[in-house]
Design a protein around this ligand. Sequence first.
Ligand code: PXL
Length: 277
Amino acid sequence: MIKKAAVINDLSGFGKCSLTASIAILSVMGVQPCPMPTAVLTNQTGYKKFFSLDFTDYLHNYSEMWRENGENFDGIYSGYVADKRQIDIISDFIAQFKKSYTRVLVDPVMGDNGSLYSAYTAETCDKIKNLVKKADLITPNLTELCLLTDTGYEELVSKSDSDRYLDMISEIARKAVSHSNQTVIVTGIKKGGCIYNEVVSSSGVHCTKSLQYGSGFSGTGDIFASIICASVINGDDISLAAERATGFIETAIQDTVKEPYNKNDGINFEKFLYTLH
Ligand code: PXL
């Protein structure tokens, strides 16, 4: 039977992020994505203007109908939330649908480059701190790791030249999960013209490295988390999955920057999806 993942994320017409990325990636990796849209947007919120239809009031229909229909999931993956009330709904969803074999990935989407995304408030971030405790695996970028652990972002990145920078970050990540045997993958760590991702778990730290081209492309965190989600459901090793995700994104970005681009439009990942098959 094909493995299934409930994917709780928004559907944005432009930005190649969230469900647009996850549906394509999970599918090509042989996992059926079952989308539960948190919002429907004309384009992601990094553009100057966007229209967003908040789906909070309809989410209960998904859990009710899916429970009534006897659905079950090998994975549950949550990302962008359009309203702080959605965090309790996602928590309840995990409590209802998580079985012994269900892998739960919470991508604590909140911000990037030291700032919150425009639709996020401090209260939403506080609630996300509780949601991450329900996950087997979390994939914060460096900004989100700082928000989860009350670490000053600017102060941390001011030490990026230090030889100990990556160790400092894995120590912060370890603190974030010291209460459990979760895995944290810290994404988008910039240092010396490279981007690092750190996989931190009870079995140690594994670091992936790629060259940095431009910065802050829309959807890269979602593409990364989607590859990790499908890999974990398929029983792959997480460090190998992180290497694969890093290489995939690097290739797509290298292709994107060959022509004039707008980082809000995301990266040319479609051309390389076949490599994930
Ligand atoms: O990729 C993160 C993300 C997801 N969804 C929406 C966003 C963003 C980042 O800006 O705006 C709607």
